[in-house]
Design a protein around this ligand. Structure first.
Ligand SMILES: [Zn+2]
Ligand SMILES: [Zn+2]
Length: 230
């Protein structure tokens, strides 16, 4: 069974998801936003072993706790990121653009160590114990944003692609409104309506709710939307 612990961390209240396969105790962290030691405490409490870090996208508020987290784990976890967001990772998640500076632990980590070791790509399968997650590449908020969909658990971790009644901003470096719209319509609205969406900020929602209520991206009306791929 998939177990999910949500931690709200960092200067812009980012959702970090500590997830585990309860049968095996194998755990992964989706977006270690800040304060990695707090994530470690939660895992230790439950007897979970964190072996993987999955990054939805490399904005500073989603990676700021990575150095701290990795330093507390032996063996070090593997880090998975889409290569399109690697430049953002290498520039400390664009922290300076937001007027923030990244925690020193991440700076150190980037100098000495944990570089992403897994290049995420569309359709890739990620395993966590007995559970399977499908990687969906959903550019728009950043060029490399990926969501992680677990069909068995009817849940999709969607980073800053879509929020409850809102969507990710596209005015930052690498943002692309048309791409965001296409990503949501082809990769999120095509999931079963009951799928839980666990976003990078704020409350969880479902695919069905957003198709009905999201004021920014209504579902495709026939004839109005042509898929970009042919
Ligand atoms: Zn973001
Ligand atoms: Zn964010």
């Amino acid at each position: 069974m998939l177990e999910i612990v949500t931690l709200v961390l960092g200067p812009v209240s980012t959702n970090t998801y500590l997830i585990a396969d309860s049968a095996s105790g194998e755990a992964a962290v989706i977006d270690p936003a800040w304060d990695g030691h707090l994530i470690l405490i939660e895992a230790e409490k439950r007897g979970w072993r964190i072996g993987q870090v999955w990054i939805t996208h490399a904005h500073f508020d989603h990676i700021g706790g990575t150095g701290d987290l990795v330093r507390g784990l032996d063996p070090a976890p593997v880090i998975a990121l889409h290569p399109n967001d690697r430049p953002l990772w290498d520039s400390q998640g664009g922290a300076a653009l937001f007027g923030f500076s990244i925690p020193p632990t991440l700076r150190q980590a980037q100098g000495t160590g944990p570089a992403p070791g897994i290049d995420l790509s569309a359709g890739m399968a990620l395993k966590l114990g007995g559970l399977h997650f499908e990687v969906r590449h959903t550019p728009g908020h950043t060029p490399g944003l990926c969501v992680f969909y677990c069909a068995e658990a009817s849940v999709c971790f969607c980073g800053d692609l879509i929020f409850q009644r809102s969507v990710g901003r596209t005015d930052l470096l690498g943002g692309d409104w048309e791409a965001l719209v296409a990503s949501i319509r082809t990769q999120i609205y095509t999931l079963p309506d009951g799928t839980r969406l666990l976003p990078g900020h704020g409350e969880e929602t479902t695919v069905g709710e957003e198709k009905r209520e999201n004021p920014f991206i209504p579902p495709v009306t026939q004839g109005k939307f042509a898929p970009q791929c042919s």
